[in-house]
Design a binder for this molecule. Sequence first.
Ligand SMILES: [Zn+2]
Length: 179
Amino acid sequence: MDRIFAPWRIEWVERDDEEGVDGCPFCVLPERENDRENRVVARSEHSLVLLNNYPYNPGHAMVIPKRHATEYPDLTDDELLDHGRLKQRTLRALDEAMGPDGFNTGLNLGGAAAGGSVDHLHTHVVPRWTGDTSFMPVVGDTKVIVEELERTYSHLHDAFADLDGATVPEDEQAAVRFD
Ligand SMILES: [Zn+2]
C-alpha cells in the first residue's frame, strides 16, 4: 500500500488526561511553571520547542514563535532568524538524541492546509527511520505515548544541553535556554 507521509496533517491534540487549556495552547503552555510537564524542551529569545503530544514518530517536535503569529510572512527578521536557528538546533539535538535516518519538516498555513487546528504558527520536525510507518498504530495507546514522551523529553533535553550556546537552568524542570 502506498501512503503519502504527511505528519503535519496530524495536528496538536489535547489529551483527555491533561488539564484543560483555555485559549491558544501554544501561548498558554509555555507560560506555565513547569516546562518538563508541559513538554517545552528548549527556549530562545523569540521561539520555543515543544514536543508534540500526539507524535507521529518518537521525537516529533514543533518550533514555535513565542508571539501568537499566524502568518509566516508576518514574522519579523529577528523572529525568522531565531526560528531558523532554533530549528537547526532541534535537528542537531534530535540527531544526537535519537539517531534517525532522516527528517520531515513543514508548516501548515491557512485554513485548508491546517484543517481547523491551532492557528498559532508552528514548524513540525519529525525524525524518520527506514520502515517507520507503523509507529502510530503501535503507540495508539495514551499511556504508552505519555511514557514515550517523558523518555524522549529527557533524551532531547540532554542533547540540547550539549549544543553550543546552551544554558541549562538549575531547575531540572526548566527548558534548555539559547539566549
Ligand atoms: Zn498562540
